[in-house]
Design a protein around this ligand. Structure first.
Ligand code: PNW
Length: 471
C-alpha cells in the first residue's frame, strides 16, 4: 500500500449525520410538545445569543430538498435521529401518527435515492414531561424509553435496517446533570451517576424491545463518545488521573454494555457521592444485550494531569469554570493538547481516532465499528459569489479519514464513516455560532450551499480513495 493513496473497501458506508433538535425546527407542529432542549434553550443565559431550535434549519419542511442534496453528493447512508416528543409527546402512551409519518416519509425518500437510513432513537431530546417527573436520574425513564423504542420499531422496522439506541449517553448524563451546560441544566453529580445507569438500562431494554419488533436482518448499535484520554506525563499520578477520567467517560458505559459489570475502580472513585444502590440485582444482565456493531464519535483527544490538593484545576475541557462534568474527579487538570484548533477550540489530532478504533477493536473484537460522527467547526464565510471555501475542514477530514484507514490497516473492522454534519445547524449551547456543516446554511433564507468540503467528500465517496494530502 503506498503512503499517498488510501483505498477503502467496496461497500464501505460513507454517510453524513444530523440530529432532530439541531435541524428540524417546527417545534410546535403536528402535535410535538417541548423536549428538555426546548425548555433549556428558552431559558435566558443557557445558549449563545439565546438561540433555540424553534426553526433551526427548517428540515421538517425541507426534508425532500435535503435528501436530494445528499443524493447529489452521492452519500450512501444518512444518520438522523427521531424526536421523541414528536412521536410520543408526553413520553407515555400511544404514538402520534403524523410524527411517525414524517420519519416514514424520510426513510422512503432516502431508500428511493439509494441512501441507507440509519436511525438514532435518542439524541438528547427527552420529552419535558419525563424530566418534570425526574428525568434520567429516575429509573422509570428507562422503561418509558423501551416503550418508545417499541413504537418506533413497529412503525419503521420495515424500512430501516440500522438502528442506534442512544447517542453519546456521556453528554446526556454528565453535561446535562453534572456540568449543567446541556439540558436539563442540572448540577448534581450524584444524580448524573444515576442518570448514567438509567441510560445504560434504557439502552439494554430498548435493544430487547427493538429485537421483538424488528425483522431479523435489522442491526442494533449504540453511539458512544469515548474520550481518548492521555496522561500529560508518564508519572504514576498522571496515569492515575487518566484512568479516573477514562472510567467516567467510557468504561461506565462499556463496562455494563459489553463486559457485564461496572468497573470496580469507578465504584471506588465515586464512593463518596453514592453507594450505587440504584443498580439492582440483574440490571447489568439487562444492559449487556447482544449488539451488532458499535458507533464511535470522535473530535479531539483529552490530556489530563494530577494536581495537588488546593490548586484550582486548570480547565481546558471546553466546559468553562462552572460545575464539572466529572463526578468526584477532584485534583484532575485538563490541558489543551498542542496543535491547531478548530472554531470550537478543539485540537486537531487524528492520532486519537486511530487509537480509539484500535482500543475498541481489541476490547470488542467481535463487533464491527462505525465512526458515527467526526467533523469540525470553522468560521466559514461565503464569498461574494456565494461559494463557501473551507480548506481547514477538508484538511481535518483528510487527516481523520486517513486515521480510520490506518486503524483498518492495523486490523480494526471499520464498516463506515459518518461526517458530522450534513448541514450547519444548532450547535447546542453554542447556538448557531458554530458551523459544522459540509453544506452551508444561510440562516436568513435557509439556502443550502455545499462547501468545498462537501464536493471533496463526494469525490472521496465516488472514488473510494483518499487522495494524497494537498490534492
Ligand atoms: C456531539 N463535549 O456533541 C453531538 O453528538 C452532536 O450533536 C454535536 O453537534 C457534535 O458532537 C459537535 O459538538 C458533543 O463537550 C458535545 O465533550 C460536547 C462534547 C462532546 C460531544
Amino acid at each position: 500500500m503506498s503512503d499517498t493513496t488510501a483505498t477503502f473497501p467496496e461497500g464501505f458506508l460513507w454517510g453524513t449525520a444530523t440530529a432532530a433538535y439541531q435541524i428540524e425546527g417546527a417545534a410546535q407542529e403536528d402535535g410535538r410538545t417541548p423536549s428538555i432542549w426546548d425548555t433549556f434553550s428558552h431559558t435566558p443565559g443557557k445558549t449563545a445569543g439565546g438561540d433555540t431550535g424553534d426553526v433551526a434549519v427548517d428540515h421538517y419542511h425541507r426534508r425532500t430538498e435535503d435528501v436530494r442534496l445528499m443524493a447529489g453528493l452521492g452519500v450512501k447512508a444518512y444518520r438522523f435521529s427521531v424526536s421523541w416528543p414528536r412521536v410520543q409527546p408526553t413520553g407515555r402512551g400511544p404514538a402520534v401518527q403524523r410524527g411517525l409519518d414524517f420519519y416514514r416519509g424520510l426513510a422512503d425518500e432516502l431508500l428511493e435515492a439509494g441512501i441507507k437510513p440509519v436511525l438514532t432513537l435518542y439524541h438528547w431530546d427527552l420529552p419535558q414531561e419525563l424530566e418534570t417527573a425526574g428525568g434520567w436520574p429516575e429509573r422509570d425513564t428507562a422503561h418509558r424509553f423501551a416503550d418508545y423504542a417499541r413504537l418506533v420499531g413497529d412503525a419503521l422496522g420495515d424500512r430501516v435496517e440500522l438502528w442506534t439506541t442512544l447517542n453519546e449517553p456521556w453528554c446526556s448524563a454528565f453535561l446535562g446533570y453534572a456540568a449543567g451546560v446541556h439540558a436539563p441544566g442540572r448540577t448534581d453529580p450524584a444524580a448524573a451517576l444515576r442518570a448514567a445507569h438509567h441510560l445504560n438500562l434504557a439502552h439494554g431494554l430498548a435493544v430487547d424491545a427493538l429485537r421483538a419488533e424488528l425483522p431479523a436482518r435489522a442491526q442494533i448499535s449504540v453511539s458512544l463518545n469515548p474520550a481518548v484520554v492521555r496522561p500529560r506525563t508518564d508519572s504514576e499520578a498522571d496515569r492515575d488521573a487518566a484512568r479516573r477520567i477514562d472510567a467516567l467517560a467510557t468504561r461506565i458505559f462499556t463496562g455494563p454494555m459489553l463486559d457485564g459489570a461496572y468497573p470496580p475502580d469507578l465504584l471506588d472513585d465515586t464512593a463518596r457521592l453514592t453507594d450505587w444502590s440504584f443498580v439492582r440485582d440483574g440490571d447489568v444482565a439487562l444492559i449487556r444485550r447482544p449488539l451488532d456493531s458499535i458507533g464511535l464519535n470522535y473530535y479531539t483527544p483529552t490530556v489530563v494531569s494530577a494536581t495537588d490538593g488546593d490548586a484550582p484545576p486548570e480547565r481546558a475541557d471546553g466546559h468553562g469554570g462552572g460545575a464539572s462534568p466529572w463526578p468526584a474527579a477532584d485534583h484532575v487538570a485538563f490541558h489543551q493538547p498542542p496543535g491547531e484548533r478548530t472554531a470550537m477550540g478543539w485540537t486537531v489530532d487524528p492520532t486519537g481516532l486511530t487509537d480509539l478504533l484500535l482500543r475498541f477493536s481489541a476490547d470488542a473484537p467481535d463487533l464491527p465499528l462505525y465512526i458515527t460522527e467526526n467533523g469540525a467547526a470553522y468560521d466559514d464565510k461565503p464569498e461574494p459569489d456565494g461559494s463557501v471555501h473551507d480548506p481547514d475542514r477538508i484538511a481535518y477530514l483528510h487527516g481523520h479519514i486517513g486515521a480510520v484507514h490506518r486503524a483498518m490497516r492495523e486490523g480494526a473492522d471499520v464498516r463506515g464513516y459518518f461526517l458530522w454534519s450534513l448541514l450547519d445547524n444548532f450547535e447546542w449551547a453554542y447556538g448557531y455560532a458554530k458551523r459544522f456543516g459540509a453544506v452551508h446554511v444561510d440562516y436568513t433564507t435557509q439556502a443550502r450551499t455545499p462547501k468545498s468540503s462537501a464536493n471533496w467528500y463526494a469525490d472521496l465517496i465516488r472514488t473510494g480513495a483518499l487522495p494524497a494530502p494537498g490534492l
